[in-house]
Design a protein around this ligand. Structure first.
Ligand code: GDP
Length: 694
């Protein structure tokens, strides 16, 4: 009998896999840094009252580089293990955001007490909504001039449609911000300024704030009563629920996504971070509190579920490949079910490959810890996996499963790239391969006609950042062309088309003859192929080749050779020859039929349309709107903020090149914006003519 020797260090219910989502500059880095600080050294040292010693430790750690940019950092708090998964702030990196959200059980939304709900916070918040991620919120920068806890709450309610439930109130604000009032136990935590927030005193609520605290506590209980029967019962009978009951009710309502508890503080001045850590443990779900993951059995095509349990078959999802120029490649994955040891084989069901795990590493703020095994709910980095990409499933071959694949948008922008010298040539192709492995929205291809290498991505900034990394981290010298829009083509009319590929002069001939119906389909459909051949007019073994011929032909359209998308191609008739028919002949016939067909089907040029949001001070509203209009943009909505407006709209990518600089110039640097691909729209005739060159 096999003796089980694997033992888990932490029970799964004491694990928290969380992400921190925020607008750039709201304080994500500062808050994460503080969290690692309090959970690391300081928490274990206990009372540190020597401010300077603490300060020294922090700056030393900084010099050594606290690796909070790691894809996942593990820390410990109140006997729980918290894995903090990095979520990038900028929406140009949609893929990064999506793949990290995909594996989170909960998240902390950080908001700036001055800026409130900024455009990016809105975008990331909605992305988190899409994955039903339970959240708590932290209103940061309570020390800054102009900060306002209550208007930030209002903005969350109105803009994000969140059922906000403050569980704290700020004690003072701006320069006078000293700590927080805990509405659950009605105590105040007052921080001493000279111990980097390590020391705080618990005191009673000061009398001038007692009424307000009481009012907000009553509101908290009222909100909880709507969701929780125990609280409701006590509420109706005028009895006070216990602290335990309140916390339990908050936890359950948060995990169900019914409420978002709100806390506050200042990361910079080290106030309010410990209660935030407490709230992560108290209110955010463990892997067993969220619905179990679903996937597909690659053999049967049936849906399967994997329970978050060590006893279930092993399954895990790769969410980040960190290509590092100096060390081995790290593949970060989240284990959903089962257990796995290092130095064993694992099956990549997405690629149908066996791989060997050389080492398993858990990343902490300042060290890497080698692990010999991992369990359901864990997040870990593996060394030794060779052919692997973000989104792949790892599992046991005996019980294969492919977990829900992640959805990544198509790249909309591309640039030609060529090595400066011959030495760079090989390095460049290796680097590009590494980077595209890391980032599924970054693609590399070689133009067969010109031999040029083309890189494509989600926006100008996306390619800029990748270009920087290439030069800085990988030291590849390359010339990079101007960014080009990735146009597409589609058709606007249904047509019938035939294609024949027949050669019967001596020896074995070729014979393939097909009839297609080609019809416009909906945006985002790509190419849909349907086979309606009946009575064996074309033997079944040739159908796949016909589909292949169509897909290949669709790579270059009739107008200017851009890929053709959004059409339905129906194979409805054809004929074959007993001896001369071949896969090749049918593939050719299908390509010919498709190419001829789309020519007659009134083809049009499609261009990527970007969704844009600009946050701009009142004074510059007119000029920004005018500028967007001059870029063929459409304004959909203008929202009034406290001092600034948010302009929402869309514009074609081709008109948005250099927008960062243009916006800075016309607003004296006072506006910020976000931009991401939205859809492909038909380009106006005069624009299309210019691009096609007729
Ligand atoms: P991120 O872009 O969200 O990661 O934000 P950072 O943590 O880098 O913070 C952005 C800027 O805001 C930095 O200059 C920080 O020093 C500052 N900052 C962060 N937290 C606070 C805070 O609580 N109060 C004040 N006044 N500034 C803060």
């Amino acid at each position: 009998m096999k003796v089980k020797t694997m033992v888990r260090e932490y029970p799964i219910e004491k694990t928290r896999n969380i992400g921190i989502v925020a607008h750039i500059d709201a304080g994500k880095t500062s808050t994460t840094e503080r969290m690692l600080y309090y959970t690391g050294k300081l928490y274990k040292i206990g009372e540190v009252d020597e401010g300077t010693a603490t300060m020294d430790w922090m700056s030393q750690e900084k010099e050594r580089g606290i690796t909070i940019t790691s894809a996942a950092t593990t820390c410990f708090w109140l006997n729980h293990r918290i894995n903090i998964i990095d979520t990038p702030g900028h929406v140009d990196f949609t893929a990064e955001v999506e793949r990290s959200l995909r594996i989170l059980d909960g998240a902390v939304g950080i908001f700036c007490g001055v800026g409130g709900v900024q455009p990016q916070s809105e975008t990331v918040w909605y992305q988190a909504d899409r994955y039903n991620i339970p959240r708590i919120a932290f209103i940061n920068k309570m020390d800054r001039l102009g900060t306002n806890f209550f208007s930030c709450l209002e903005a969350m309610k109105n803009k994000l449609k969140v059922n906000v439930v403050p569980i704290q109130l700020p004690l003072g604000e701006e320069d006078n911000f000293r700590g927080v009032i805990d509405l659950i136990n009605m105590k105040t935590m007052i921080y001493s300024d000279d111990a980097l927030g390590a020391v705080f005193n618990e005191e009673n609520v000061p009398s001038e704030l007692a009424a307000k605290a009481k009012e907000y506590r009553a509101r908290l209980l009222e909100k909880l009563a709507e969701e929780d029967e125990v609280i409701m019962d006590k509420f109706v009978h005028g009895r006070e629920p216990s602290l335990k009951e309140i916390k339990k009710a908050i936890r359950e309502a948060t995990i169900k996504g019914k409420i978002v508890p709100v806390l506050c503080g200042t990361a910079l001045k080290n106030k309010g971070i410990q209660p935030l850590l407490d709230a992560i443990v108290d209110y955010l779900p463990s892997p067993i509190d969220v619905p179990s993951i679903k996937g597909m059995n690659p053999e049967t095509g049936e849906e399967e579920e994997r329970l978050a349990s060590d006893q279930a078959p092993f399954s895990a999802l790769v969410f980040k490949i960190a290509a590092d120029p100096y060390v081995e490649k790290l593949s970060f994955f989240r284990v959903y079910s089962g257990e796995l040891s290092s130095k064993t084989q694992v099956y990549n069901s997405t690629r149908q490959r066996h791989e060997r795990i050389a080492r398993l590493l858990q990343m902490h703020a300042n060290k890497r810890e080698e692990k010999t095994e991992v369990y359901a709910g864990d997040i870990i980095a593996a060394v030794g996996l060779k052919s692997i990409a973000t989104g792949d499933t790892l599992c046991s071959e005996k019980d294969p499963v492919i977990l829900e694949a992640m959805h990544f948008p198509e790249p909309v922008i591309s640039m030609a790239i060529e090595p400066k010298t011959n030495v760079d040539r090989e390095k460049l192709s290796l680097t590009l391969a590494k980077l595209s492995e890391e980032d599924p929205t970054f693609r590399v291809m070689v133009n067969e006609e010109t031999g040029q290498t083309i890189i494509s991505g989600m926006g100008e900034l996306h390619l800029e950042v990748l270009k920087e990394r290439m030069l800085r981290d990988f030291k590849v010298q390359a010339n990079i062309g101007k960014p080009q829009v990735a146009y597409k083509e589609t058709i606007t009319k249904s047509v019938k088309s035939e294609g024949k590929f027949i050669k019967q002069t001596g020896g074995r001939g070729q014979y393939g003859y097909v009839f297609l119906d080609i019809e416009p389909a909906s945006s985002g459909d790509g190419i849909i192929f349907e086979n309606k051949i009946i009575g064996g007019k074309i033997p079944r073994e040739f159908i796949a080749s016909i589909e292949k011929g169509i897909i290949e032909a669709a790579k270059g359209g009739a107008l200017a050779g851009y890929p053709v998308v959004d059409c339905r191609v129906i194979l409805f008739d054809g004929s074959y020859h007993e001896v001369d028919s071949s896969e090749f002949a049918f593939k050719m016939a299908a390509s010919i039929a498709f190419n001829n067909g789309i020519r007659k089907a009134h083809p049009v040029l499609l261009e990527p349309i970007m969704k844009i949001e600009v946050l701009v001070p009142e004074d510059f509203m007119g000029i920004v709107v005018g500028d967007i209009n001059s870029r063929r943009g459409k304004i959909e909505n203008i929202e009034q903020g406290v001092k600034r407006k948010t302009i929402k709209g869309s514009a074609p990518l081709s008109e948005m090149f250099g927008y960062a600089t243009a916006l800075r110039n016309i607003t004296q640097g006072r506006a910020t914006y976000t931009m991401e691909p939205s859809y492909y729209g038909q380009a106006p005739k005069e624009i299309a003519e210019k691009i096609i060159g007729v």
